[in-house]
Design a protein around this ligand. Structure first.
Ligand code: PLP
Ligand code: SF4
Length: 399
């Protein structure tokens, strides 16, 4: 007797091309500049393809004042036209709920503007910086934590002082790690990005470069062989991509990620926990396992930042802890991201974990495993070497 194995669509790496663009020759489709030029970015273009709900229609009309609406043809093809609650659709099609501002929502939820020694450079941790090189992205995520500047239509504009940043970095010898983000640096031409990487590599104390990008997901056509060869000259160079739902990992995306990995770029993934997108242990398990198959190590799972108009996409913190609980022990350790809250007001990333330590004193530690079984381990008198005792301040810095 033969048994049939049911593989859900979410677990497969399928191509959705050409989808809504049946007449476009492969040569154009595979050209990243064509993809950018032909983004779905107007109400008219959108309504010619899918039927919108009235909440979406109103949302698109509002987007021009807040965070632009644009989706690459590649990513647009992943949307289920029949389902307004489709997890891909919820991430990129605006909704009127974006105009609802909960009392705790703000324009700059991670307090980046108050940690900018030079415009476009966030120096929040001792040994590393965040370098915002552009405000443009291939498509726009409705929950973007930087929507105050990203896409160029929001409250503020990003004016990065490149020369001042290089000179700040030259004089700040404690900085050994530069995270290039934006916006999305991979929208720059190979030459322009090469110029930035070259300037950074000229600074001897900068050991480690990384790029945070969603381009391999929104625009896998951008990850050409030549581009990967250019990146290869700047190792160690790591990349953090941004995938939220297993369906985003298409055949094209997998090929792009493999190309980067083949050129020696270690890959991590950052997901944002989003209601109706990935707030489900099964969805998240499929996602992290598919990521490993693409040679991407899940890195962070972010609690959704308190950005204006994001309440409809926010889940409870307990949901995030529950998801980690459902992964740890049940799947490959490499597949489990660190759940974090980027502390409101600029406290940085704080790890949030299920409690596996039930009791800890000078004699013993009582722990539980993923199945809930309880174990005891002896504690030794030896003092830890890193003796900084963190005394939580009694004052609440930001609420
Ligand atoms: C996330 C972030 C970093 C990098 O943090 P890691 O935990 O090292 O990945 C650096 N600077 C800023 C401002 C950040 O938000
Ligand atoms: S790709 Fe990143 S920076 Fe761009 S809109 Fe999405 S979350 Fe924001």
């Amino acid at each position: 007797m033969t048994e049939s194995i049911v593989v859900s669509n979410d677990q497969q790496f399928t191509s959705h091309a050409p989808g809504y663009w049946p007449d476009v020759p492969a040569e154009l489709w595979n050209d990243w500049k064509w993809q950018l030029k032909n983004r779905v970015a107007t109400l008219e273009a959108l309504e010619s393809k899918i039927q919108l709900t009235k909440e979406e229609r109103a949302g698109v009309l509002l987007a021009g004042k807040k965070l632009a609406f644009a989706v690459t043809p590649h990513f647009f093809n992943l949307i289920d036209p029949e389902d307004p609650e489709d997890p891909i659709r919820r991430q990129v099609i605006p909704r009127i709920e974006e105009s609802v501002r909960a009392p705790w929502e703000v324009a700059d939820p991670c307090g980046e503007d108050s940690h900018m020694p030079v415009r476009g450079l966030v120096h929040r941790y001792p040994d590393r910086v965040l370098f915002l090189v552009t405000d443009r992205c291939a498509s726009y995520c409705r929950y973007c934590t930087r929507s105050r500047v990203v896409s160029g239509v929001g409250e503020q504009e990003l004016h990065t002082d490149f020369e001042e940043i290089y000179s700040y970095l030259r004089s700040h010898t404690e900085v050994r790690d530069v995270l290039i983000s934006g916006g999305d640096a991979l929208l720059f031409s190979d030459d322009k990005l090469k110029g930035i990487l070259t300037r950074l590599r000229e600074i001897p104390h900068i050991e480690f470069l990384r790029i945070g990008t969603r381009v391999p997901i929104f625009l896998p056509q951008r990850i050409t062989e030549e581009f990967c060869q250019m990146l290869q000259q700047f190792h160690p160079l790591w990349m953090s991509v941004h995938v939220n739902h297993p369906r985003e990992l298409t055949a094209e995306v997998k090929a792009a990620l493999e190309r980067l990995a083949n050129h020696g770029v270690p890959l991590g993934n950052q997901s944002v926990l989003l209601k109706g997108v990935n707030d489900d242990p099964q969805v998240m398990k499929t996602l992290v396992q598919k990521l490993l198959r693409c040679r991407v190590r899940p890195y962070y799972l972010y609690q959704c930042d308190l950005i204006y108009g994001s309440s409809h996409l926010r889940t409870s913190v307990a949901t995030g802890i529950d998801i980690i609980e459902a992964l740890r022990g049940y799947t490959t350790g490499y597949a489990i991201p660190q759940f974090v809250i980027d502390a409101p007001g600029g406290g940085g990333k704080v790890p949030i974990n299920p409690d596996y330590v039930l009791f800890h004193d000078q004699d013993k530690v009582v722990i539980r495993n993923y199945e809930g079984k309880i174990f005891e381990y002896p504690e030794l008198a030896e003092k830890p070497k890193f003796q900084r005792v963190i005394e939580p301040a009694d004052e609440l810095l930001f609420s």
